[in-house]
Write a protein that binds this ligand. Structure first.
Ligand code: UD1
Length: 339
């Protein structure tokens, strides 16, 4: 069965392609290579023994999207990762984010709406909750006003899918609200490849550990948390990738009678920035050079998932501990730097 994975050369996309191929799905990847390298295909092949189909397409090009679906009429499901994801850049270039993240989504849904039956999985984010009032966060928690155009594209994306599903009974969709993905495939064949200075905590830590960055700045230690640093729910990217496969299987079995559902995808465990640093020091045996600096604008205090819905409805649960995820991130960093 053929599944389209947009953004399949990216961090979460590539790990999901591996899990799909391991489950016997035939995968076709669309990626515009704006933030990923075609060499990722070799990593996927090394792990799974199979080279996925690949087409370099910019999904803002509506006729190209239509032509793709005309060529691949046997695509039975789409997992849509392709999007721009830098929060700061989205504030600088809002129209780029709306065009890229919303345009591509609309064009794909238009093509899927023409099919008698279609399944669609959307990469959403815990960012839709903003600073939630209660922890852990359930899917019923209110969606708060977005802090950035990037966050807004996730909220709008969910609404666009929900509205489309209401009038398209043949379309079955799931939005997965990711918490904080980290780590790499244990084979070290694929992993995260941030371009330039990493904005996210874990790649900044591993690069600092390798001496690529001099020092990690910890953004604030005066938050109302046990050690004063912010709390997040860090999930191993392989666990996150597997959540896509089980969500797809649910859609293929047409078990979701509502035809649109959302799920949190996290571990359910919150870790502070200092706990993440301690995890790095445990698994690497290295001391991390860090200092406490002022808070970062826009950061929320705490966000971790209630995973009951995913556990019960999808039968999915994160397997890896923070240390396991950190070890995979560290092994990957060492491999990238030593090559
Ligand atoms: C960020 C995005 C979020 C996006 C997610 C994807 C912002 C405000 N939010 O979430 O919209 O969905 O990435 O992964 O950018 N930290 C440091 N020093 C650093 C980097 C981070 O102390 O150099 C701290 C942050 O203050 C935060 C934690 O580490 O407490 C995690 O930060 P980060 O990896 O950027 O993720 P989020 O801010 O949770």
């Amino acid at each position: 069965m053929k599944i389209l994975v947009t953004g399949g050369l990216g961090f979460i996309g590539s790990h999901t392609v591996v899990e799909l191929q391991n489950e016997g799905f035939e995968v076709v990847i669309i990626d515009d290579c704006s933030n990923a390298d075609v060499k990722v295909l070799e990593g996927i092949q090394a792990i799974t023994g199979k080279l996925p189909l690949f087409e370099k397409i910019d999904l803002r090009d509506k006729p190209m999207v239509a032509a793709f679906f005309a060529r691949h009429q046997d695509v039975e499901g789409v997992i849509h990762f392709a999007a721009s994801k830098a929060v700061g850049e989205s504030v600088e270039k809002p129209l780029l984010y709306y065009e890229n993240n919303i345009g591509s989504l609309v064009y794909i849904l238009q093509e899927l709406s023409k099919k008698e039956k279609a399944r669609f999985i959307f990469s959403s984010s815990c960012t839709v909750y903003g600073q939630a009032d209660e922890m852990p966060i359930t899917e019923d928690a209110p969606v708060k006003a977005a802090e950035s155009p990037y966050g807004n594209t996730k909220q709008m994306g969910e609404e666009i899918i929900a509205d489309t599903c209401k009038v398209t009974p043949g379309l079955h969709a799931i939005a997965l609200r990711y918490f904080n993905p980290m780590g790499a495939h244990p084979s070290t064949e694929i992993g995260e490849l941030p371009i330039g200075v990493p904005q996210n905590l874990v790649p900044f830590i591993t690069q600092t550990g390798m001496g690529v960055r001099e020092q990690l700045a910890v953004f604030g230690n005066d938050y109302p948390t046990p050690d004063g640093t912010c709390i997040r729910d860090y999930i191993h990217v392989v666990d996150l990738a597997r959540a896509h496969v089980v969500a797809l299987q649910r859609l293929l079995n047409a078990k979701n009678e509502q035809n649109y559902e959302v799920f949190n995808v996290g571990t359910g465990k919150g870790s502070s920035v200092l706990e993440v640093i301690q995890s790095f020091e445990r698994v690497s045996g290295e001391k991390l050079n860090y200092k406490i600096v002022d808070r970062r604008a826009g950061d929320i205090v705490s966000a971790y998932a209630n995973t009951k819905k995913a556990n019960e409805v999808l039968g999915w649960k994160a397997q890896s501990t923070l240390d396991e995820a950190m070890k995979s991130a560290w092994d990957w960093e060492k491999k990238v730097r030593n090559n």
